[in-house]
Each structure stands twice: as structure tokens, then as C-alpha cells.
Design a protein around this ligand. Sequence first.
Ligand SMILES: [Zn+2]
Length: 324
Amino acid sequence: MSMDTFGQPGRVTDHGDGLWQIDLGFEEREGVIAAYLLGGDGDLALVETGPSTTLPHLLAGIRAAGFDPADVGQIVVSHIHLDHSGAAGVLLRDHMPRAVVRVHPVGAPHLIEPDKLIASATRLYTDRMDALWGEIAPVPADRVVALEDAMPFEVGGRPLTALFTPGHATHHITLWDPTRSAAFTGDVGGVRMQGTKFNLPPAPPPEVSPEAWAVSAERMLDLGAERLFLTHGGLHDDVREHLAQLVPNLAALKALAKERLLAGDDHDQLTAAIHHWVSAQVGPVEPGVLTNLEWASPSYLASFGLTRLLVKSGEVPDPKAAQG
Ligand SMILES: [Zn+2]
């Protein structure tokens, strides 16, 4: 275990009304990845699982909230990136014998047969795969439930609705909890650390779409939610101001990447330029906050993702073609 800890890794926050936030202590830090527990009427649901590397914190958090992990009946994941749903297979197999996983229909096959997901993640994370994410076990097909857009289901007698909100990934959902006036926004609602104003739209490869993201931002805004619960950054209640940043901040990031790539930046140089820009947007904060932001939405992933987006749209030449 690293000695370089930040905050209170694994902290459990009771938001009242049967809603708990569990910090997953990713990289022994508080604030990088969260999961949420929804309880009521003897029913229990988990929103996001985090990766398998943070399972001890997740399980301890569920117990600290007063529950037995074995009593979780439903897991809902915003999308299938490993920091959001990587632990789903291990959880079902080892800790949650009754649970099913609700996921966007396009994500479902990748939970059932994670080989392609693992292969593409390995291209990005290379030799750090295991240290970052741990075991990625398949989810049995009969325990996966494909979500339908805007079709309510129940947890503890309360309705929950998944809204299909692409932009960060094509198979991303936002979970809307009207009785708590809460939206669980995964990555499509952005990444924003506590005590800061800046909302960073995470732009990893391969599916970032500013056009789809703009539609999803409107859709999230139209919910009229009073509280947004981010996977990376927790609760923010200045809902309009928060969501209004998504489109302009993504446009600014894209413009920066285009300018730097046309000026001849390579991947590392663009990574540094993105990190510098993000730091400037966040403004003066303690260094741990910026480190958290970088863990939650790494600049090198945005460098890959924005380059891919700009090459695909023909706005910058393909660097691979230039080499070949
Ligand atoms: Zn993601």
C-alpha cells in the first residue's frame, strides 16, 4: 500500500433518504471514484462498482452503511469502463449471490464476455492493467438485465429510470431517481472535485462525440434534478452551472488539441498541454485535488481520445499515416 494517501480513502457519506456515497479509496485517495448505495423496504441497489482493486473499500463501505453486501439485489452501472463496472463479475461471483446487473444493451455483451474490453483497455493501460483494475471476471448472461431508455424499474418501492446519454461513450446511461431528485451521472455529467468549480468532460478513446454529448447535457438538464452525484467527484448541487460547462469545456479541449496537433505536438506533448490547461482551469487548489482529477480523468487518455476524434473528423492529419 502506498503511503501517499489523500483525504479519507473509503469514507462513507450518508446523504439521507436511503442514499449512501461510498468512496472507493482508489490509489489510497479519497475523491477519485465513488459508488452509491440505495436502500429502502429491505431492498438494496448499488450504483457503480468501481474496479476490483477497490473491492475491500466497497465491501467495507456497504457494511459501514449498515448492510450486508450479500443483500444487494441490483447493480446499475453507468457504462462499462473499468473504473465504473470492472468489479461487477467478481462481486456477483463472490459477494452478491442474488444480484443482477443493469446496463445499457450495447454494454451488456462486454460484461458477459469481457475479452474485447480487456484487450482494448490493455492497449491503453499496457503493463499497469492489473495494478489499476485487478480481476475482470465475466458476468453470467442470466444475471445481466439490459436497460431500456426511460423505462422505470424499482428499488425499495421507488422508481429509477435510466436515460441513454451518449457523448463520453455511446453506451452511457444517466440514472434518474425522481423521489430523491438525484441524477447519477457517471462520466457524461463530467468530473469535478469537491471545492472546485471546474467541470472536466472526460474524453478517452474511442467514442467521444461532442454532438451526442451536447444532446445528453440538455437531457440531463431537463430532468430538473436538484442533486448530481458524480462517480468522480461526488455531490454537486449547483446543477445548472455544473452541466452548462460540459459543452464549452469539451469544445475548448478539442480546440486546444487541434491547435497543438496542427503545430506538430506528439502524444506526450499534447498530454502535457492538456494537463496544463486543466490545471489553469481549476485554479489555485491544493496539489492533491489536481492529482485526484488526473487519476479520475487522465490527460494522456484525453490526448488519445481527442486525437482520435480529430483524425476521424479529418480536422488533423493521421499521425500514423504520416509515419507510414
Ligand atoms: Zn468512462
